[in-house]
Design a protein around this ligand. Structure first.
Ligand code: GRF
Length: 190
């Protein structure tokens, strides 16, 4: 493994977490965001990648399932660590195995609560508010072939106040995400 770590960020949407990670590592000596992978050619994350001069690749589900093809893409950019940041596609098993303990995800709730299929974006915060939870937060965890089930690496909590709306809760959770996701990646690679 080379001294310089090469991270790929996989994202399907706006990409605010991807942006926070790219910002954090922009002038880092040992860690470089080398690639942004998306399955959505219109994803906002592509604009953030341009802003930080990070190469991008758009891959279909079929292309990602093609081990020889997709492995060659990751090898081309010397990727040795993957951070999922709102990537809305199940990771193929060959990739989970190849990047065991070198692929992480962030979830906007305290797993195992409010995780699994269909629990993404505002659905998570709506469910948290409907259940009148008094706290929620973030979970950063290793990736396995099942949604949101890998071993947790870090959880951070935030209070949910009576009457708070899902949008308000989302904003608090997003703040935690941007603060902690880059730091955890840095710790794991140090
Ligand atoms: C984040 O809430 C993350 O926890 C979840 O997907 C969302 C991505 O948001 N996995 P963004 O595109 O980074 O703004």
């Amino acid at each position: 493994m080379s001294a310089l770590h090469h991270i790929a960020i996989f994202a399907s949407g706006t990409g605010t977490n991807a942006r926070a990670i790219m910002q954090h590592f922009a002038n880092h000596m040992a860690i470089k965001v080398a690639l942004v992978v998306t399955n959505n050619a219109n994803a906002g994350v592509l604009n953030f990648a341009d802003e930080f001069n990070v190469p991008t690749v758009v891959v279909s589900r079929k292309e990602m399932a093609d081990e020889a093809y997709f492995t060659s893409v990751l090898d081309l950019y010397k990727i040795d660590f993957i951070a999922l940041a709102g990537f809305m596609q199940l990771i193929p098993l060959y990739l989970v195995k190849k990047f065991e303990h070198r692929m992480v995800n962030i979830h906007p709730a305290l797993l195992p609560k409010y995780g699994g299929k269909g629990m993404y974006g505002m659905y998570v915060h709506e469910a948290v508010c409907s259940a009148r939870e008094t706290e929620t937060g973030i979970t950063i965890h290793y990736v396995t072939e099942h949604y949101d089930e890998g071993a947790p690496i870090l959880q951070k909590q935030v209070n949910v106040l009576p009457g708070e709306t899902p949008v308000q809760v989302a904003a608090k959770v997003q703040k935690l995400e941007h603060e902690w996701y880059p730091k955890v990646i840095e710790q794991l690679l140090s």
